[in-house]
Design a protein around this ligand. Structure first.
Ligand code: LHQ
Length: 259
């Protein structure tokens, strides 16, 4: 699929997806959403890709749904969620590779919740997050009602969802909503260094860790112990486990292939 609303590049094991509608603050129209879905599938299938970096072009990460398109005659909210946001968030959460968000500017509505659905979210210090749904009479979507309370607790999640304050990157970091706030000038470099580092790590163990955390959201500890047993058995059969142990015993740096 040729892309006109995103950029997609692969280098050194990292697939970079850049939302590219800067004049519309990278708000999601149907075309951009389908391109993001396609790019996430491409990153999943490409065995040379071992980490994904998601960011935005221009002064915004994303202003969420393109509201002009949302109210176009014949457009149904249900269809937008079914064909755009739910597939994007499901792909991010189920991708067996780490997804890093580099939030370069404002992240509102679905834009904020897609950023928070990523595995590690970095944000420029000037960026901010807004649960703007309530401002137009909607409820949070794109997984926010699941992700946010787990990251920051019910009170803070509800407060953000109902009062829609602009939450700065530093505040987001302090409350555990994101991994790290980074000086603006360092954001892209720092995010890429992190993505490249992850791309040289034991990819299978990262994917299994992600799967274990996903499954923990509906499990008690008893069930989760069984999940750990199941997934650790798979990790223990990987090439990277053998390599990691051998490298330790031989006092050398491990070389992980992701297998
Ligand atoms: C926009 C947008 C935008 C179009 C700025 N669309 N043009 C799911 C199912 C179905 C329906 C609805 O949605 C969803 C999921 C959702 O994401 S709901 C939430 C949708 N997003 C919003 O409600 C956020 C709306 N935008 C804003 O609140 C502000 O623009 C933010 C806080 C993002 C940025 O504020 P400023 O930095 O002050 O920029 P601005 O407001 O001046 O916007 C710049 C331009 O971008 C402007 O166009 P213009 O032609 O006047 O320069 C805006 O109209 C346009 N824009 N967001 N979502």
């Amino acid at each position: 699929m040729p892309y006109s609303k995103i950029h997609y590049t692969v280098a050194e094991g990292v697939a970079s997806i850049t939302l590219n509608r800067p004049d519309k603050l990278n708000s999601f129209d149907r075309e951009m959403s389908l391109e993001v879905i396609d790019a996430l599938d491409k990153a999943k299938d490409d065995t040379s890709v071992r980490a994904v970096l998601l960011t935005g072009e221009g002064r915004a990460f994303s202003a969420g749904q393109d509201l002009a398109e949302a109210i176009a005659p014949g457009t149904k909210i249900e269809d937008i969620l079914t064909t755009q946001y739910n597939p994007i968030v499901r792909r991010i959460r189920n991708l067996p590779k780490p997804v890093i968000a580099a939030v370069n500017g404002v992240a509102a509505g679905a834009g904020a919740n897609i950023a928070c659905a990523c595995d590690l979210t970095l944000a420029a210090e000037s960026a901010n997050f807004i649960q703007s749904f309530i401002n137009i009479g909607l409820i949070p979507d794109s997984g926010g009602t699941s992700t946010l309370p787990r990251l920051i607790g019910m009170q803070r999640a509800f407060g953000q969802m109902i009062l829609a304050p602009r939450v700065s990157a530093k505040e987001a970091e302090a409350m555990g909503m994101i991994w790290k706030a980074v000086p603006d000038a360092d954001l892209m470099n720092e995010a890429m260094v992190l993505a490249k580092k992850l791309a040289t790590m034991p990819t299978k163990a990262i994917a299994l860790t992600k799967q274990a955390l996903n499954r923990s959201t509906t499990n008690n500890i008893d069930a989760q112990l069984d999940v750990e047993n199941e997934l650790q058995t798979i990790a223990g059969a990987s090439h990277d486990y053998t390599e990691g142990v051998n490298a330790f015993l031989e006092k050398r740096k491990p070389v992980y292939t992701g297998e």
